[in-house]
Design a protein around this ligand. Structure first.
Ligand code: EPZ
Length: 417
């Protein structure tokens, strides 16, 4: 079992380079299957989710290479096949092949997806969207078989501005006959990144980044090219660590517009962020002010940074309120923070965090990807040694995290027992 061993309280000085966004690349890779042509995807992070998706693309007959942060894809021999369950259940993003294979072959077969256990994570909005486009869905033993004689553009109103549903419906609609309007669409930057990739292939997608997306179906798609945007969640995680331990810590390669809510909240807490182009320099804040953090859809405070942020709030002098509004089970890290010495009262998906509390290192569990990040932040600031188990979760979403933190003075190592 892989574990992270962290010795806390070391100042961090130097530069951390941000990689490509996990939640963008896990949609870009399946999207590349929409064309029978070639695609190139730059700035791809070396994370386990990428390798898993490349394996699935090979099963679909795609000829892929991954080197120097670049993935090339050639689909001249691509075929329609069922994605085996042992792959589909490994990550949530496997469900993007539903919309992609439906658009390409009018038929897709894939098991219910995996993903962090942070809630029930239904895919009803995806399914309803496919049905609105004319598809029929059969579910048998958790396997989804989605077929259509012909996909026809439609008006689709999402009950919730779901990132996954917005993208999956976009994939299914790009070659549908006629125009599809998605209302209450997700506005996350990753949606814009993926749409720009599809448009490079010849798709006609307008309005991305707003809550109304228009997709004019096209007959064929050609070769594609795209660069993965920087990972705003990775960047935010390192900014949180910098606020606790930075000594002229430089976070390089961010798009500050994607981090508006996070930068605003960190400044409210007392951070002095020096932002120059795509780099942010910050230092440990001696007196952190208590604040309220409520996660919302973009451009609100991102749910994926709620957990790491709650660790920072344990160091604020006073009472902070942290509310998770996107998922119904994203507070499993709180008990581990309390076990390290935090003073947090939990009321369903709201936490009252009293600080400042000294955190003491101990063995804790990464219950999901961002809970793992919260534990990592805690270990970096705690007295003594913190051991984090189940860290496969963390390695899914944080590229070279041991190398990056060690390179700026962090005392962290990965052991495999
Ligand atoms: C994406 O998940 C991200 N994952 C999540 O990041 C992120 O937290 C989430 O978007 C919100 O930003 C990937 O991109 C792989 P949603 P997704 O559909 O698409 C409900 C991380 O840590 N919902 O926007 O699954 C759902 O239950 C991960 O990197 C439905 O009810 O998120 C949840 O409460 C975690 N029906 C809410 O919407 C549906 O059909 C948000 O889900 C779909 C979603």
């Amino acid at each position: 079992m892989k574990k992270l061993i962290i010795e806390g309280k070391h100042k961090l000085t130097g530069t951390i380079k941000i990689g490509g966004a996990k939640n963008s690349v896990v949609a870009l890779l399946p999207a590349a299957m929409l064309t029978n042509g070639k695609s190139v995807i730059y700035n791809v992070p070396d994370i386990s989710d990428v390798h898993m998706l490349l394996e699935m693309m090979k099963i679909l007959g795609s000829d892929v290479t991954f080197e120097n942060e670049t993935v090339t894809i050639d689909n001249k021999n691509s075929v329609n096949k069922e994605i085996p369950e042992e792959y589909a259940t490994k990550l949530r993003a496997s469900y993007y092949f539903m919309g992609v294979l439906l658009a390409k072959y009018n038929h897709s077969e894939i098991s219910y997806p995996g993903g962090c256990s942070i809630g029930s994570r239904p895919i009803d909005l995806h399914v309803t969207g496919f049905e609105k486009l004319g598809a029929k869905i059969k579910i048998n033993n958790n396997k989804y078989t989605i077929t259509s004689k012909k996909l026809t553009g439609s008006d689709i109103f999402l009950d919730f501005a779901s990132v996954g549903a917005t993208l999956n419906i976009m994939f299914a609609a790009v070659k549908a006959e006629g125009t599809t309007n998605i209302y209450n669409a997700a506005k996350e930057p990753e949606i814009v990144n993926v749409a720009s990739f599809l448009n490079s292939m010849g798709a006609k997608i307008y309005g991305v980044g707003t809550s109304e997306i228009i997709i004019e179906g096209v007959k064929e798609l050609g070769d594609g090219i795209v660069e993965v945007i920087p990972d705003r969640i990775e960047a935010g995680t390192y900014l949180i660590i910098g606020a606790l331990l930075g000594k002229n810590l430089v976070i390089e390669g961010i798009i500050k517009e994607h981090l508006g809510s996070v930068i605003t909240k960190l400044k409210e807490i007392g951070c002095n962020l020096k932002i120059e182009g795509t780099t942010v320099t910050l230092n440990k804040v001696d007196k952190l002010k208590p604040v309220n953090v409520k996660t919302l859809v973009y451009p609100g405070f991102p749910t994926d940074l709620g957990q790491p942020m709650s660790t920072l709030l344990t160091q604020c002098e006073g009472e902070s309120l942290f509310e998770e509004t996107i998922y119904e089970n994203r507070m499993r890290h709180i008990k581990h923070l309390n076990a390290m010495g935090a003073n947090i009262k939990l009321f369903d998906q709201s936490a009252l965090i009293n600080g400042k509390t000294e955190l003491i290192g101990r063995t804790v569990v990464a219950t999901d990807l961002r809970a793992g990040a919260a534990m990592l932040v805690a270990g970096m600031l705690a007295e003594g040694i913190t051991t984090i188990t189940n860290i496969e979760h963390i390695l899914r979403g944080y590229e070279k995290i041991v190398e990056k933190l060690s390179s700026v003075g962090g005392k962290i190592r990965l052991i495999d027992t």
